[in-house]
Design a protein around this ligand. Structure first.
Ligand code: ADP
Ligand code: MG
Length: 693
């Protein structure tokens, strides 16, 4: 249960003065719907209002705070003309300019003959001096409140800086003094303030520099967030380790038969990864391992050989794919090999219903199925294994800590192997999979030819289409990827349907279309036609991204490549270059293309190493923005920026290990405080793993 001291922070933003039901959705979109989200909404800069010149010496284009006497109002005589108010000091006069200004309100704010403190950007046109829509108009008594360094917050349409500043202040007022969860010696060494002081400091930066990211206060908050993340992962890991495990150690007999039936020998990376998996499975603890390997690096075979170990001891294995198409593809790949070794294989997807499904379930419960392949349907409530020893999860996106815990509860002592083709940079890997051991397939099977990648402006589309036409005439099979399904009025995104129509006009009817809104059976049908060579071109939205294997495809065209994440582009390109023919990838980009976007596409052209691409993407764009990582389970940090705070992550990881080594159930006074930290960063699931939670 969340501790009571945090209740005010987890109240809705509407609990703050001035935030009603009309504004709440705007806050929600900008920062989040809870008070605590406003604490994490950090200023991006400052406005210094301490400069207070006389009118005559107020410089053009600078923010200034002036003390002025209100002279005369000049209400607007047409909607196109602004409302003007003349004010003066002893050195001269200036005008305040209001577009669509309301007279009654302005006369109340600026009564003629009285003195007001005005703050805003001074503009000079020849002899005219003016301030358009001043930020502050207050009586002289409030001069000190205005002449400060004001934080500037990121905004969203409908919310003004003044509103946000006020609500953040109100949120800060609700922030309690929390017990210190950081080690005091470490805090002293880093010269870091307490949590509360740090919060106050980041929301009251003294200057532009202090609003930057690397102040002690900011680093402290970043470390808090990273420590919560690493501690939570370490606790999940500890929980997995506590659960009973079993030693799965096959005699290698079936594995030999499979290896003999394979038309190739394993790569060094495959052999090494399999060795790591074997060691985990043989140990009497639960395996929780991530197998990370580029598209085409051969993860499926490694998974199959691992599953064989389970079968060799008379137990069962299951492998889950994220889509129907992939589950079927795995089945098609594995079935002939399984047959060679006399294995009993079954496929279970959401499409299996009624009698056939019952038959599979019965066989599974009787132990008459050795390996079950399928989709999420594998882990439905009524699916019972006789003796499940290994669960493999392929290409798993959005697979959070919760699901890992749920899955582990499915069988007794089930080893778990998670496979991902998203190349995740090492630093991010730690934040998403810090609870897992990692094996990397960093070597491609031999004989792969490089994919010739070109970066081309969309303006040359006709030329590229003609080249594709020639390739088709030469027998090539082509993927053509578009970012959206239907052209919407508001966007100029290339539409798959329109492109399909266009290409059919050019090349005839051997053009297929596949997109996310189609029924699974319809998708499979199109995919199968493409694989069988009945279609030359497959126009697709990103549904083909995940894993589909058509070795005969040699051309990949991606429209508006600049709109995709690098990880995604890399995945898409991985669909070609799988056979023995030369392959090409055309990255078509729209204008205008910024410097970073240009650099990103250039990386794609220069290398096919997914890990290198991911590291570069992280460097160019920063941790929160690496596209394609959102689906891969990498958390988005609010306070930590891994391009800046990478070394803090390593420290947080070490600290988490140390903490759990000494106080596994977080029962010491520091442990109690750390529980508060975990709740503060919404790691509730992790706290529930504690025996005395
Ligand atoms: P991934 O799932 O990692 O994207 P796959 O397991 O689908 O890759 O393998 C891609 C292709 O490479 C498959 O056709 C597979 O048979 C082949 N393959 C796997 N390992 C090897 C190897 N060691 N040598 C040659 N080909 C291999
Ligand atoms: Mg695969």
């Amino acid at each position: 249960m969340r501790p009571q001291c945090l209740f005010p922070l987890f109240a809705l933003v509407t609990s703050l003065p001035g935030v009603g039901p009309r504004l709440a959705p705007l806050y929600e979109r900008l920062a989040g719907g809870k008070v605590v989200d406003l604490l994490w909404h950090l200023p991006s800069g400052v406005i210094d209002r301490r400069f207070s010149p006389k009118v005559a010496e107020a410089p053009d284009g600078k923010v200034a705070t002036l003390v002025l006497r209100v002279d005369t109002h000049f209400p607007s005589d047409s909607p196109k003309r602004p409302y003007r108010v003349r004010l003066a000091d002893e050195t001269g006069f200036l005008h305040l300019v209001f577009f669509h200004g309301r007279e009654d309100w302005l006369r109340r704010q600026l009564p003629e003959g009285e003195t007001r403190v005005i703050s805003g950007v001074v503009e000079r046109f020849n002899t005219e001096i003016q301030i358009t829509h001043p930020d502050h108009i207050v009586p002289l008594a409030q001069q000190d409140e205005v002449m400060t360094v004001e934080p500037v917050y990121p905004l969203t349409a409908g919310l003004t800086g003044r509103l946000i500043t006020k609500s953040v202040k109100a949120a800060l007022a609700k922030a309690p003094d929390l017990p210190e969860w950081q080690d005091s010696a470490w805090l002293a060494r880093q010269h870091w303030p307490s949590w509360h002081q740090a919060l106050e400091a980041v929301h009251a930066p003294a200057d532009e520099f202090a609003a930057g990211q690397d102040t002690p206060a900011r680093r402290r908050l970043a470390f808090d967030e990273l420590l919560a993340n690493q501690l939570a992962l370490a606790m999940v890991r500890a929980q997995m380790r506590r659960l009973k495990g079993r030693s799965v150690c096959g005699d290698g007999r079936l594995r030999q038969e499979i290896l003999a039936a394979l038309p190739f020998s394993l790569t060094g990376a495959q052999t090494r990864s399999l060795g790591e998996i074997d060691a985990d499975m043989a140990a009497p603890i639960r395996m929780l391992r991530l197998l990370q390997g580029d598209v085409g690096s051969g993860k499926t075979v490694v998974a199959l050989l691992a599953m064989i170990s389970a079968v060799e001891i008379g137990a069962q294995a299951a492998m889950m794919a994220p889509t129907e198409i992939l589950a079927r593809q795995h089945f098609a790949t594995i079935a002939p090999l399984a047959e060679a070794a006399g294995l009993r294989l079954a496929l279970l997807t959401g499409r299996d219903k009624g009698k056939p499904r019952e038959r599979i379930l019965a066989a599974l419960a009787e132990g008459e199925v050795d390996i079950l392949l399928g989709t999420h349907a594998l882990f439905q409530e009524d699916v019972a294994f006789k003796n499940l020893a290994l669960a493999v999860i392929d290409e798993q996106h959005r697979f959070g800590v919760h699901q890992r815990l749920e899955l582990a509860a499915k069988g007794t002592a089930v080893d778990m192997l998670v496979m991902t083709a998203t190349p995740i940079p090492r630093t991010l890997l730690l934040t998403a999979y810090g609870d897992m051991d990692v094996s990397r397939l960093d070597e491609k099977p031999p004989g792969r030819k490089p994919v010739d990648t070109r970066v081309v402006p969309l303006a040359r589309l006709d030329e590229m289409a003609a080249a594709v036409g020639r390739a088709i005439a030469g027998g090539a099979r082509v993927y053509w990827v578009c970012p959206l399904v239907e052209e919407s009025e508001t966007s100029d995104l290339a539409a798959a349907e329109q492109r399909h129509h266009h290409l059919t006009g050019l090349f005839g009817d051997r053009i297929g279309l596949i997109h996310g809104r189609m029924k699974p059976t319809a998708k499979d049908a199109v995919m199968e036609k493409f694989a069988a060579g009945e279609l030359d071109v497959l126009v697709a939205t990103t549904v083909i991204e995940v894993g589909v294997d058509v070795p005969a495809a040699t051309v990949m065209v991606i429209e508006h490549a600049e709109r995709f994440g690098l990880a995604q582009l890399h995945q898409l390109r991985g669909r070609v270059g799988r056979g023995d023919k030369d392959s090409r990838c055309l990255l078509l980009y729209g204008h205008p293309l910024g410097e970073v976007a240009k650099a990103r596409l250039e990386i794609m052209r220069a290398t096919e190493d997914g890990f290198a691409i991911a590291e570069e993407d992280l460097r160019l764009r920063g941790g929160g923005e690496v596209l394609g990582t959102r689906q891969s389970g990498v958390p988005e940090f609010r306070l930590a920026d891994l391009t800046l705070h990478g070394e803090l992550l390593a420290a947080a990881r070490d600290d988490a290990a140390l903490i759990l080594g000494r106080d596994p159930d977080l029962q010491t006074p520091r442990g109690e405080s750390l529980r508060v930290l975990l709740y503060l960063f919404e790691c509730d699931a992790a706290v529930r793993t504690l025996r005395s939670g």
